[in-house]
Ligand binder design. Sequence first.
Ligand code: ZN
Ligand code: ZN
Length: 239
Amino acid sequence: MNLIADMHCHTVASGHAYSTVQEIAREASNKGLEMVAITDHGPSMPGGPHCYHFGNLRALPSEIYGVKILKGVEANIIDYDGNIDLPERYLDILDIVLAGFHTFCYPNGTVEDNTKAMINTIKNPYVDIIVHPGNPEFPININKVVEAAKEYNVNIEINNSSFTVSRRGSEANCIRIAKKAALIEAPIVIGSDAHSAFYVGTFDKAVETVKKAGIKEEQVLNASRQRIIEFLENRKRMK
Ligand SMILES: [Zn+2]
Ligand SMILES: [Zn+2]
């Protein structure tokens, strides 16, 4: 599976990541990626950027070292209604919006609470990708979440860092998510979730999981430049 874009990367603006946009773009270029999404954490993450950070992303070029830069956010789901921590006027000007549960940002609930929160976030028309839903810290009803993602055409992320440095114990859930997505042909995206430039475009564990589950390449958003462009255009937010 040839992935042409990394849809999930953090810069120093996230408060706990260690590279600049320029370093990420250079690494993406060196690894032969065509696009990279800059997706710093939303404002409710301790040490995260202010809303203004997202309002001013126009200060960045749309292409660096020949790599298309998608200006985005990894927003935090903040309640059981599925609200996220960036106002619509900012979401409206971004190329891509990721959202998910994070410690310190979301009042962890029961499986029912978390499933309701995640499905309500999926229903938010600004949200393109649900990140690391396999995190065992925030248990969900996997079948219901993947079915909702399919219904609303929101991409479910298989996050490479969930197999390596983050969210220990995610693997079994990620496999279940991938199998369910394969079964109903739900849209999938693979992200590195790099918190330093060295891991931009590192997808090996996630790709292995997706392949084992029987997910088709046509289901994977970032396996095709055209698919990404069409997806974003359909959502009328390719700027
Ligand atoms: Zn995250
Ligand atoms: Zn992230």
